[in-house]
Design a protein around this ligand. Sequence first.
Ligand code: TMP
Ligand code: ASP
Length: 234
Amino acid sequence: MLYEGKAKQIYLTDDADRVVIRYTDAATAFNNVKKAIIANKGVYNNRISAFIFGYLRDAGIENHYIAMLDDRDQLCRRVEIIPIEVIVRNVVAGSMAKRLGLEEGTRPSNVIYDICYKADELGDPLINDHHAVALGIVTYDELRGIYDMAAKINDALKSLFARVGVTLVDFKIEFGRTGDGRIILADEISPDTCRLWDMKTGDKLDKDRFRRDLGHVIEAYEEIYSRLESLKAE
Ligand code: TMP
Ligand code: ASP
């Protein structure tokens, strides 16, 4: 094992450019304050993330995903994760609603991009572009490329989820550097890292069910998976 995160483990392979990413059933919220095991969450997140990264690759967005190996494991390109979480918001929710005193569900006229510094000991603080450059993590040019990719990913995912009756409220993505120095989409895109609301009922179909003790957590993940799966038949 190369690295263990909160909900995933990364394993080395015989190929220096490839890793296996294992999705576990561990769930955490509020920077590890709330913890639980949610049976089969890893299986659904592995499948959902594989589906989404495959879809994004077909849409021309280069990413680390190569192939699904089994229920919990996927083969990915090895990258050096840039310690920035890029958050894209189409609808106001979560920390943005709280910070700005806005009602959850408010639909702004623009798309909002936040960046957070991935540093557990600091609680992943919200930063801006200047902080990221001062930290030596990225250049301004690289940030421009990252925001450009984030906008394309948002467009592609918004329309994917709309096809299955789901509003993509917000999501978090991470990028990594390849061996040859390019920056590509990496990590995971799943109900752990997105807010997904049913278009008809407004039901939350994501990790907020765990964060806010709403119950039926795994059912929500299963629902997202089966709706995405249904597109394969089209
Ligand atoms: P926030 O409203 O708490 O800032 O979250 C925005 C989005 O980012 C939401 O879809 C959940 C996701 N997210 C993560 O994936 N990991 C995190 O550590 C945090 C704080 C949010
Ligand atoms: N992923 C973060 C944690 O582990 C926070 C979250 O998703 O709410 O605490």
